[in-house]
Each structure stands twice: as C-alpha cells, then as structure tokens.
Design a protein. Sequence first.
Length: 387
Amino acid sequence: MDIFQEDGLDLLFDENIFFYGFQDFEIESDLQNSSEMMQNVLDFEIESDLQNSSEMMQNEFIDVVRVQNFEEMKVFIDELICPICSHLFVDPRICQECSQGFCKQCLLKWFQGNKKSCPCCRSLSNQKSDGTQPPKILLKLLSKLKISCKYQDNGCKEVISYDNREIHFESKCEYKLINCKYCLCKILQRDSQTHLSECEQRPIKCMWCSKIFSYFDHLNHSDKCPSRIFKCTQCLKNIPYSKINIHTQNYCQNKQIKKQKKEYLESKLEIEKVKAELLRKMKKIKKLERLIKRQKQMNQEYLNEQNLNNDSINSNVDILQLETQNWLDENQFVNQQGLQLVNQNEDYQDNSDSRLHQQKNQLKKKQVVDKDENKIITNQEQKLSDY
C-alpha cells in the first residue's frame, strides 16, 4: 500500500503499521562524534603511513641488477657497493681510517649496535656517527649510474640517473604505491584519482542533515536520516522522517484506513477486469494455436506435394537426358552412314567416269577398225568389179 512518497518513490508499509503505528525509530546521538573520531583516526594513520614512507625512502636499497649501464660501469661497480647491505651506496659515507664506503643508514645502524668501530678495519675514531663525507670522485661515479625504477615490477619502464631517482620516485613516477587517504589501501599513483572517486570510505555530505559520512555509511544513513523529508500522501504535508510516527498516529490514521478500504474495492474491481481480459486473451490464443496448427499441416502437405513434383521432374529429366543421348548416338550413326554413302558414291562416280572413258576409247577404236574394214571391203568390191 503506497503511503509516503518522495520524488515519485513510494514507501510500502505493512497493514499492521497502519493500525498499530510505526515502530519507534531510534536516533544515535553520538553519530557525529563517531564520524569525527573516525576521521581523526584516519588522519593519524595517514600521517603515520607518510612518515613510514619517508623512512622507507631513506632506507632504500639499490640492487646491482637495476643498473642499466652495467657494461659501462662494471669496472667500478665493486667500489660502489656497501659491504653491510651488499647494495649500491645510498647517501654514501666513508671511514676516515680505511676510506671504505658505506650507506649512511647502514652505518648509523651499525654504530647503534657497536661502538664507533669501522665495520671493515674495526678502528675506533672520533668521526661523526654517520661517517665522513665521501670524495667527489665517488659521487661522480655514482652520478654516472643509470638505474631502473624501483617500481618497475608495478609497470614503470623509466631509466633514471642515480642523482634524479628521488625526484622521479616522489613526483614523476606514476607506478609507485601510495595509501588511499580514505581507506588506507595500497594503490598506484596513476590510479589514485579513479580510486578516490570510487572509494567506499570517501566522505559524503548528507543532503538532509549536512553531516559528513563515509560513502559506505551514507548508504545506510540516507534512507533513515532523521532530517529527511517525506510527503504524506493523505494531507500532502512535508514531514521529517523522525516525526512520521506521531503524524501517522495522530492525524492520518483514519484517512489511511478509509483510503485502504477504497483502494481495496478498486483493486478488487480491477482484478475482475483483468480476469475477464485474461479469459478473452486465452480464447484468442487457443484460436491462434488452432490456426497455426492448420497452417503447419497445409505447409507440410505443400512440401510433400513439392517433393513429389520434384521427384517427377527429376525422373522426366533423366528420361529426357537418356532419349537425347540415344538420339545423339543414332544421329551420329546416321551421319557416319551418310558419310560412307557419300564416299561410296564418290568412288562409284569415279569408277563410272573411268569405265565411260574406257568405253569411249573402245568405241573410237572400233570405229577406226570399222572404217578400215569398210575401206578394205570397198577395195575388194572395187577389185571384183574390175574383174
């Protein structure tokens, strides 16, 4: 049942709440004090962590494997290694007696556990507790070193000079680990802005009471803030969350009951309408199902008929192809027979011409012979007539 709304958001209340009132909402009186105490603790931890970070910088170790120009400097590397920590010098100091170099912090720690005796030559001296300043040649050799960033495992690819390492670590390196000032977790410098905007412990100001909370606590506080304003749906007045109980019990309870009854009757009528509409749609769905089933049957019959037609067409095509092939074979045979007849006719024609020519020659010869015989006969007759 919708009772209170704020900017279109309805709050649902149980029927028992309407008849017997809302449960009392207890407000924690020391909420602001707790928030301030939490902030003080965070500030203290941040300051402590920053101090530890500074100490870590002072106690930095530079492993030899980080030297990028090792081939160039390998002749001098042994002279640049602290015999206490076995790493490259950091803020070097030397012994006045043997001129051996050490890291400043290594020497301080050594003197804390021992008298002012050199770790190498064991000589006692009145030199300062952090040793003597090194010669310039040693500092120049260190200045020539090119080293990788100590945060290279986090993704930094920079190669920096020995003298500029602290500047790079403090202000330029985006891959160093820092503490979130809200939740104190370790994050990369490059991700700090994104993390700070999403951190669950970031401070959020309540828009109702103007108190500061962490984002996580604000999620729980926002819906129950005593100063949050709700609009009563009955009298349309703006009521603070802390006074909802009193307002509901003293002013709007009867109206709420009447409205509840009215809404119940309206809901019942609406349910009947929905049922009638549902039955109508179910009938329509069944009708559509029958139509779909019939259409599927018709489609299947059509497909079967098409398959039969396709089979018949394929069979006719095969027969036609066979008849065409037979016709082609017969036509080829007839063509061959016709070609043979033409060849035979040509041979016969040639033979006929040859025989005709021979007959003509024989006839000519016979005519000559007959002519000669006629001459002979004529001569004989002439002779006989002379007798």
